[in-house]
Design a protein around this ligand. Structure first.
Ligand SMILES: NC(=O)c1ccc[n+]([C@@H]2O[C@H](COP(=O)([O-])OP(=O)(O)OC[C@H]3O[C@@H](n4cnc5c(N)ncnc54)[C@H](OP(=O)(O)O)[C@@H]3O)[C@@H](O)[C@H]2O)c1
Length: 384
């Protein structure tokens, strides 16, 4: 409830707006996770000047989005009298500068917040900074619900997970109607399952992660570039990570080729076993790869637990796994996949292991089924 000093605020309007903003923000859940889905609005004299929502990964937070939209609306900043935001504004620098700074710079005199930051390290800090700077701050507790709009964010910040942090991991794959990741040999050059629109969408997905993981066999067989290509534009490509226990990757792989016009790609990092062959190690380094040695848990492959911890230490927070069925299954079996995007192409039959059985048992939350060109696309968060 708002305190008595907030009499001039229309509580019914704010409550309705809070609910609407939260639902709108949740529409982007698969693009923003592990960030929370937050909505914000700038008001002037009880009228909504602009709305904003957490942008896809790496983009603006909702408050900044709403403030930018308020500038674009033409309503002069002196008339903005209230900012409504469903979650406490951040006060520390992450991928973007603190939202508290943007709010203070805007000169907005009042802020209504729907819920406190659940992370005890930051809880209340944003509100305190605003209050100390003379902004009137109200907590409209209980009107916004992170548990409803952003259960993924709460899962990501669970104490058990914070103790052994690992990146938010999205597994994306293309499969035939029978769930196989390789088409029949005479379809799509024996390689392509999904339609062109889907492949374009994957480039957009790549532009919204910090790193992509693939396996050594996929590099050998498909020779992928793992880059972002036009028309999708990005300023920086994600780190390209190959899991390659015995350094099978060829130094002539396309991963090391020069980029074409408009193409962006991150550095190549090969994760291998600490005692891997020294001459291969040197040849791959000469080709441009960074190589890092890890331990094994099963006696033959690099430990995926170590892969995830190491990538976290390197600053990777949102990770895309684009692999064939073996490494994909290993990731799923370890419980390291948080989110899936599955493209089912207009292809019958196929080669190799089918994901059909796994999919029939998977507990998918906040699931979306949509059509894209000839493909059916399924997205969801993986429940515990
Ligand atoms: N449809 C799709 O979305 C899609 C995407 C990518 C690839 N593919 C297809 O998939 C096929 C290749 O699939 P794949 O699964 O054999 O190759 P992969 O994706 O390269 O995965 C296999 C590699 O992963 C590593 N690995 C396997 N189990 C592991 C574990 N438990 N722990 C750690 N590392 C492990 C192994 O590398 P080390 O032996 O070096 O440890 C192995 O070579 C190709 O035909 C490709 O065209 C399809």
């Amino acid at each position: 409830m708002l305190p008595p000093t907030a009499d001039s605020l229309d509580e019914a309007l704010l409550t309705r707006l809070m609910t609407e903003l939260e639902s709108e923000a949740a529409l982007r859940r698969f693009e923003v996770a592990p960030n929370p889905c937050v909505g914000a609005a700038v008001l002037s004299g009880g009228k909504v000047v602009s709305r904003g929502h957490t942008a896809p990964w790496g983009g603006d937070h909702a408050e900044v989005d709403a403030l930018k939209a308020a500038v674009a609306s033409g309503t002069p900043p002196k008339d903005w009298d209230l900012l409504l935001v469903t979650l406490e504004p951040c006060s520390s620098t992450g991928k973007t500068p603190p939202c508290v700074d943007a709010i203070l710079d805007s000169g907005i005199p009042r802020v209504v917040v729907g819920e406190l930051d659940p992370d005890s390290r930051h809880q209340g800090a944003g509100l305190e900074r605003l209050r100390n700077a003379g902004v009137e701050v109200y907590l409209q507790d209980g009107h916004a619900s992170l548990a409803k709009s952003s259960p993924h964010f709460l899962a990501f910040n669970k104490v058990e997970r914070l103790r052994r942090p690992r990146p938010w991991t999205i597994a994306k794959w293309a499969q035939t109607r029978t769930g196989q990741l390789e088409p029949p040999e005479d379809v799509g050059e024996g390689r392509w399952i999904s339609c062109e629109q889907s492949r374009l969408e994957v480039h957009q997905l790549r532009s919204r992660v910090d790193a992509i993981v693939t396996g050594s066999r996929t590099v050998q067989l498909d020779n992928p570039r793992l880059s972002i290509r036009p028309p999708v534009m990005a300023s920086k490509g994600p780190l390209r990570v190959v899991i390659d226990s015995v350094l099978r990757t060829s130094p002539t792989s396309q991963l090391f080729h020069e980029l074409r016009e408009g193409e962006v790609a991150g550095d190549v990092l090969i994760l291998t076993l600490a005692g891997a062959d020294a001459s291969r190690w040197r040849a791959l380094q000469a080709a441009g790869a960074e190589i890092h040695g890890l331990h094994t848990e099963d006696g033959s492959h690099v430990s995926l637990r170590e892969v995830q911890s190491y990538l976290w230490e390197r600053g990777v927070r949102r990770l895309l796994v684009e692999t064939g069925p073996d490494l994909l299954q290993a990731y799923l079996d370890c419980g390291f996949v948080d989110q899936v995007r599955i493209y089912t192409g207009d292809v019958n039959g196929g080669r190799g292991k089918s994901m059909g059985e796994w999919l029939s048992r998977a507990k998918l939350e906040s699931r979306i089924d949509r059509e894209l060109g000839d493909d059916a696309v399924l997205e969801g968060f993986l429940g515990e």
